[in-house]
Ligand binder design. Structure first.
Ligand code: NDP
Ligand code: MG
Ligand code: MG
Length: 341
């Protein structure tokens, strides 16, 4: 059984004794900085000149300075910008302001795992990754609860990096729910695999194929949308509540029987072979290199793929149909706000 850490395993005074810089004020950045502040931690926010996030952070009474100033002032620097800009931000603004004894923190291991950031030997390098989108992390903290978090130590220069990571996790509410220790390698590889093979890539492709199969067979797109996309949430909610078993218990016997006989016909053992190939590309760095090379070139492949995805007929059908759901009225404005995976 994996060891879990709770409130009594973490000492908040360790993080209260540090000077913390949170770099970036997006999904995770706002949640970490506000909850750390409410936990009695000295926090400043580091943002680029002219950042769109500055006004939001200042409206919460947080002090906002440049990334370089934040890094210079702080002895614990949590990097919460998008993964693809972290190496540049680190090289330009953080590395020149790092001193032995400082700690460099992440919420995802990508840049350390693939060597895009190589910190000096004298700093602690650790990870605190809440397993939820930032607005949930913050909402749960404010409600007196917390979202489970992962911690990992890549480099323990001080000999105290794990206690520091646990203290940070406590400051953002993680130990209220429970903290599990992992490594940068395990967190990065499993996170990328999950989002690529199942949560984002797998689910999106499955839905699109289902929609295409029905509409190409002459069924109305509106009906297809309900059956292959809209109802997915009900199914996933049941799985989150009680596993696949609860989902099968809740649906009709017809649906459950169809699950057993047709599921393995759609997702057959070739899909597992494909998943293994995706995992191999994650493990050997092929995916990370492709992503970062494309970003460095101005993201031509990313932009093309995004445009193609948005042009899929299911998106037009969905935009029209969602007008029928009063409680989803403003939901099409939300998806610029940050991501979960
Ligand atoms: P967001 O995209 O929500 O945050 C972006 C923030 O970074 C904004 O404040 C943005 O400022 C700032 N920023 C962008 N570029 C720069 C730059 N060059 N210099 C300084 N600041 C910059 O990121 P997330 O919160 O989604 O992700 C942050 C980290 O957390 C990532 O490592 C991610 O993998 C990890 N993570 C994210 C989760 C999530 O739910 N989103 C869950 C767990 C981990 P501006 O307003 O100016 O653009
Ligand atoms: Mg049905
Ligand atoms: Mg992810």
């Amino acid at each position: 059984m994996t060891k879990k850490y709770y409130e009594d395993d973490a000492d908040l005074s360790i993080i209260q004794g540090r000077t913390v810089a949170v770099i970036g004020y997006g999904s995770q950045g706002h949640a970490h900085s506000l909850s750390l502040r409410d936990s009695g931690v000295d926090v400043r926010i580091g943002l680029a000149e002219g950042s769109k996030s500055r006004a939001k952070a200042e409206a919460e009474g947080l002090r906002v300075v440049t990334v370089a100033e934040a890094a210079a002032e702080a002895d614990l620097i949590m990097i919460l910008t998008p993964d693809q800009v972290q190496a540049e931000v680190y090289k330009e603004h953080i590395a020149p302001n790092l001193q032995d004894g400082d700690a460099l923190f992440f919420a995802h291991g990508f840049n350390i795992r693939y060597g895009f950031i190589q910190p000096p030997a004298g700093v602690d390098v650790a990870l605190v990754a809440p397993k939820g989108p930032g607005h949930v992390v913050r909402r749960e903290f404010e409600a007196g609860r917390g979202v489970p978090a992962l911690i990992a130590v890549e480099q323990d220069a001080s000999g105290q990096a794990k206690d520091l990571a646990l203290a940070y996790a406590k400051g953002v509410g993680g130990t209220r729910a429970g903290v599990i220790e992992t490594t940068f390698t395990e967190e990065t590889e499993t996170d990328l695999f999950g989002e690529q093979a199942v949560l984002c890539g797998g689910a999106s492709q499955l839905i699109q194929y289902g929609f295409e199969t029905l509409t190409e067979a002459g069924y109305q797109p509106e009906i297809a949308y309900f059956e292959v996309l809209h109802e997915l949430k009900l199914i996933v909610d049941l799985m989150v509540e009680g596993g696949i078993a609860k989902q099968r218990w809740s649906v009709s016997d017809t649906a459950e029987y169809g699950d057993y006989v047709s599921g393995p016909r759609v997702i057959d053992e070739r899909v597992k072979e494909n998943m293994k190939a995706v995992l191999a590309d994650i493990q050997d760095g092929t995916f990370a290199k492709r992503f970062m090379d494309d970003q460095a070139a101005g993201a031509p492949e990313f932009s093309k793929l995004r445009a193609a995805g948005e042009a899929h007929p299911i998106e037009k059908t969905g935009r029209e149909l969602r007008q029928m759901f009063s409680w989803l009225k403003d939901s099409d404005d939300d998806y610029t706000e940050g991501t979960a995976a």
